[in-house]
Design a protein around this ligand. Sequence first.
Ligand SMILES: Nc1ncnc2c1ncn2[C@@H]1O[C@H](COP(=O)(O)OP(=O)(O)OP(=O)(O)O)[C@@H](O)[C@H]1O
Ligand SMILES: [Mg+2]
Length: 272
Amino acid sequence: MSTPPTPAEQRPVPAPAGAGTVSRPGGPVVLSARGLTMRFGGFVAIDDVDLDVYEGELHALVGPNGAGKSTLLNLLGGQLLQTSGEIQFMGRSLGSSTPAVRARMGIGRSFQLTSVVPGFSCLENVVLAVEAQHRMLSLLRPRTRPSDLAHARQLLDLVGLGAQAHIPVEALGHGQQKQLEVAIALGGRPRVLLLDEPTSGLTEHERHSLGALLQRVARHATIVMAEHDVDFVRRIATAVTAFNLGRKIAEGSAKEVFETPEVKQVFLRSGD
Ligand SMILES: Nc1ncnc2c1ncn2[C@@H]1O[C@H](COP(=O)(O)OP(=O)(O)OP(=O)(O)O)[C@@H](O)[C@H]1O
Ligand SMILES: [Mg+2]
């Protein structure tokens, strides 16, 4: 038996909540990186990055194209292994653990519908995701456990697709597909959910719905998302870290970060 994980660090003084402040929940740091560096050949995509994600945060990673946001998510999720530096989850080093191991530990990653099984209903897809958290032996069970089915239904309700449970996934609109992706990612009961550009391709109306959904999800799981849409980030993120050319250039509340001269300059240049 392993010993329970210890929080890496307690935030010493909880920041006051309110518009423009970092409303960090004051909980433990769930995910942290120190000196994280990723080189592709001679190219440094992530350059000596330190990052702390507190439990319950809706933490946005922002920056222009090529800043390193997706690379960082891939390092956190284990899809890429860093050249140097360390990532800790609940105070424990993740070492070179695979994405599957990290998923079982509680780090979930949403991929754009690659996990959706065509021909199956929304509910069936979420059930598959819920069942996938069990080990092989339980996967051989001929029938879905009632508790898994109930959990899948709860997740569909949470993302606002309760009425679409029996609709084939192909029949969903783009915004609804995004909602389903979130439900599928939550199927593994992640403590931290990593999302890459959740609003891409969504209409303004769909962005609003997704924002409200992620705020609901953040009551159950910490969210780390790479996102281009500054208005969306301003609306829902409780903490923001900005990057340029692989380097961290600012961190804090959305208000603080987007008022940082270097961030303003970089966003102005990139036209974002
Ligand atoms: N597998 C790879 N091999 C070589 N270079 C890579 C690889 N993956 C990413 N890069 C480079 O690393 C840099 C950071 O890329 P990344 O995709 O992380 O940026 P991003 O901030 O997510 O950009 P975008 O906003 O366009 O999604 C880019 O210059 C990219 O070309
Ligand atoms: Mg990207």
